[in-house]
Write a protein that binds this ligand. Structure first.
Ligand SMILES: Nc1nc2c(ncn2[C@@H]2O[C@H](COP(=O)(O)OP(=O)(O)OP(=O)(O)O)[C@@H](O)[C@H]2O)c(=O)[nH]1
Ligand SMILES: [Mg+2]
Length: 293
């Protein structure tokens, strides 16, 4: 996870240079964590734990505090979380990709398609963002570029019908995975949520189970706004994981911790650029180590 170096630069600075472990250090640490987008709840919990530890275990070295901070953050990230993408024992595995417009849904789908294909899987994309013709074209360009199948209909078609077609095609062609692109914006938010629910029902009817993953794409540069988006989606659809896109565009890696702590939804993938290979599976321990460079 080489991309994450520097995401926690200010926090790292507070704990570098063998500073004395005193109240001033804890105050600075608190401020740096909050500035890096770590939520108040986690910040307080972690800093309190470190204060206690420094007192009870007589930790008086900022390096030791840093190690304990890493452990604490890993605990927050791994609590009740399955970081790995689920695969169904009976193919096709179905992923529904949702999120507001512009966050990086289509790009993330292209990245996943390229990755799964390189692993020898037969991938099929469903162009269920039928709201704009350009959205269908964009997915098709990616499908051609990565050499995977795509199922599409015309602009304005029923997205659930596109998903239905894709599932039929996947079964008859023996696809391992179907990844469904969806609209980020409709005439109203209610329409959008109803549409996503309808797609979910089609998957359930055709496969006898819910989509294997409902992946919410969030833009890491949006900070607190990403958390609000996640709350809204979570109320309407059963989100199983987060794809955090554009992590290359922020110096505030704490958003990863905030999302996990406030929503309890694991981050499964992170986007780190605009190219096909710019995607990483999320690993809490690697991530936290990399935060501190
Ligand atoms: N730097 C960076 N840019 C990204 C990343 N993921 C997506 N983008 C860019 O973000 C912009 C929007 O990406 P899309 O994939 O089209 O987003 P979308 O959610 O499908 O958008 P709509 O279809 O309009 O709802 C594009 O310019 C992408 O290149 C990422 O991980 N890093
Ligand atoms: Mg899109």
């Amino acid at each position: 996870m080489r991309f994450f170096k520097g995401l926690f630069q200010k926090v790292d600075q507070v704990l570098t240079g063998r500073r004395p472990v005193d109240d001033e250090l804890f105050d600075d640490l608190e401020e740096a964590l909050i500035q890096a987008d770590v939520n108040i709840h986690t910040t307080m919990a972690v800093v309190n734990d470190l204060r206690d530890a420094s007192r009870k275990e007589r930790i008086n070295d900022s390096d030791a505090i840093k190690e304990r901070l890493k452990d604490d953050l890993v605990k927050v990230l791994t609590a009740n979380a399955d970081e790995h993408l689920r695969w169904s024992p009976s193919p096709p595995t179905v992923y529904l990709v949702v999120g507001v417009n512009g966050v990086g849904k289509t790009t993330s789908i292209a990245k996943m398609a390229a990755r799964f294909k390189s692993q020898g899987k037969k991938v099929m994309l469903a162009a269920a963002d039928t709201f704009r013709a350009a959205a269908i074209d964009q997915l098709e360009i990616w499908a051609n570029r990565t050499g995977v199948d795509i199922i599409k209909q015309r602009e304005g078609a029923d997205p659930a019908a596109v998903v239905y077609d894709a599932l039929q095609a996947a079964k008859s062609r023996g696809a391992d995975i179907v990844i469904c692109d969806t609209a980020g914006r409709l005439h109203t938010k209610k329409n959008l949520m109803e549409e996503l629910k309808k797609i979910g029902r089609v998957v359930e009817r055709e496969l006898g189970r819910e989509p294997d993953e409902v992946l919410l794409v969030l833009d890491a540069t949006c900070g607190q706004n990403a958390v609000s988006q996640a709350r809204e989606f979570k109320e309407a659809v059963p989100i199983t994981g987060i794809i955090l896109a554009k992590l290359d565009g922020t110096a505030k890696g704490g958003i990863v911790i905030t999302l996990k702590d406030e929503l309890g939804i694991p981050i499964k993938l992170v986007g780190t650029g605009e190219k096909c290979e710019d995607i990483d599976e999320f690993d809490s321990r690697d991530f936290v180590s990399a935060l501190f460079g």
